[in-house]
Design a binder for this molecule. Structure first.
Ligand code: ADP
Length: 458
């Protein structure tokens, strides 16, 4: 049998008491109404029953306190019912006993509530109690053990009518007890099964969560192992590729005279391809490095950082005749290495794809956008065609136009894809606004706010 939790017991116990109080008060009101309908001399008969009902309602308060103290024992309802039976029978007697129309209905209310709040057995016990109480009252009034209250009603049932009322009420008592009791038992069984099923489901959910947690951990461990392995291999491959670039350079430059035209072409291709491979491996290693720092927040002076990057690139900038303006930039809380990676990548691209104009310019600036920073790198370089603007953020995707001042720009098509991954990981956004032949504005956002500083480099 399902053991009801305390909360449910409390709910049912208190609901039982409230229903009792409500029923008593409703009957007081009903008596009030009836008293206005009966003849003047019969009215006083309703005063005592109404007081009895109010007392019956008040009795529920000690039961409420008792219930709280004893963890809502539902068997205390039997004590209620004994009191109710006695009171109800006394009230019936005061109101004319057998002559009160449908007087036995009061017992039916008790039988139904006992079925709902306890069980079928309880309602049969209450039905038996009701039968005994009602029949005894009618018998005692009939033989004169207690005096019959006359004058409340202007009728008095004959003995055969009294027998029919008593028999019919007894049948009703048991019928209600069986039917409502069975129904309520079935309902309780179903709700018990439901509660058990819910408990089983909760248990299964916990087991499942545990399994998922264990497997996620195992998976994370495996992923870390694989990443470490790839990192080592990438590193070794990069070292090898440096060697091959150097060998192909020597082949091309030192032994060029001994090579055929085709051999020289092959050596040149070898060098370009290996350089590309080297660039890809460099980017991959940078990504691993950036991944390692995830979650380490620093206070970063973006102006200082940007100026430093400009300084590092000063030779390239003066060779290409590019002026860089570093506008007012903020001090922010961010993963410094990741932030530097993104900004240096955008600056590197701007330098790469700028310089075909007489006054080549790059501008690094900051816009405060509500609760986030927006950093922009603008150049007046070759620009990106509209249809390419989304795709350049995909891995290995390079723009169709790579010519700047007649020189094809080398690259692996990984920089923007890695930057996108970094920015999105900290909850930011990265994008570009560009017009072919006019220039581009690459931007990215970082959550948080604060500002300072302006500088100019040329
Ligand atoms: P890479 O520069 O190595 O090709 P990226 O992922 O950094 O790889 O850039 C992808 C492509 O986006 C580049 O090949 C280029 O076509 C385009 N691009 C990036 N930055 C600019 C820029 N400032 N101006 C014009 N095109 C750009």
């Amino acid at each position: 049998m399902y053991d009801e939790p305390l909360a449910i017991r409390r709910e049912r116990y208190q609901a039982g008491l409230l229903i009792r109080v409500a029923t008593c008060l409703i009957f007081v009101a009903v008596f009030g109404v009836i008293a206005t309908l009966v003849p003047q001399q019969a009215r006083h008969s309703f005063i005592a029953p109404s007081i009895a009902l109010i007392l019956l309602a008040l009795i529920n308060y000690p039961f409420w306190v008792l219930g709280e103290a004893k963890q809502f024992p539902l068997q205390h309802f039997y004590a209620h019912w004994v009191i109710d039976l006695v009171m109800l029978t006394t009230i019936l007697h005061a109101l004319g006993g057998i002559d009160l129309p449908c007087g036995f209905g009061g017992y039916l209310i008790m039988i139904v509530t006992s079925a709902v709040f306890l069980s079928r057995v309880a309602s049969i016990i209450v039905a038996t109690g009701s039968t005994i109480a009602f029949d005894t009252l009618v018998f005692c009034e009939h033989v004169g053990i207690v005096s019959h209250q006359v004058g409340v009603w202007d009728h008095h049932y004959s003995v055969p009518a009294q027998v029919v009322i008593v028999l019919a009420s007894n049948v009703f008592f048991y019928l209600f007890a069986f039917l409502v009791g069975a129904l309520s038992n079935a309902l309780k069984a179903v709700s018990g099964e439901l509660a058990e099923a819910r408990d089983r489901l909760d248990e299964q959910n916990h087991t499942l969560e545990d399994q998922v947690r264990t497997r996620t951990l195992a998976l994370e461990q495996k992923t870390t192992e694989i990443e470490e392995f790839v990192q080592i291999v990438t590193h070794d491959l990069k070292n090898e590729s440096v060697g091959i670039v150097e060998l192909s350079r020597r082949l091309e430059e030192v032994d060029a005279a001994r090579l055929s035209e085709r051999g020289r072409r092959y050596a040149a291709h070898l060098r370009t391809d290996t350089r590309r491979l080297n660039e890809m491996l460099t980017q991959l290693l940078a990504l691993f490095k950036v991944d390692d720092t995830t979650g380490k927040m620093h206070r970063v002076d973006v102006h200082k950082l940007a100026s430093g990057l400009v300084e590092v690139n000063s030779r390239r900038l003066s060779e290409k005749g590019i002026t860089v303006l570093v506008r007012e930039l903020p001090v922010i809380q961010v993963d410094e290495l990741q932030f530097q990676h993104v900004l240096s990548n955008l600056l590197d691209n701007a330098i790469k794809y700028c310089g075909d104009k007489p006054r080549a310019t790059i501008e690094i600036r900051w816009i405060e956008e509500g609760s986030r920073h927006r950093i922009e790198v603008e150049d007046n370089g070759i620009g990106v065609a509209q249809r390419q603007q989304q795709r350049i953020f995909q891995l290995y995707h390079r723009g169709t136009d790579q010519l700047v001042n007649g020189v094809t720009q080398s690259g692996a098509g990984m920089g923007l894809a890695i930057s996108k991954r970094i920015v999105e990981r900290w909850g930011g956004e990265i994008g570009v606004k560009s017009r072919i032949g006019v220039g581009s504005i690459f931007f990215f956002t970082v959550p948080g706010v604060r500002s300072q500083g302006t500088d100019e480099h040329g």
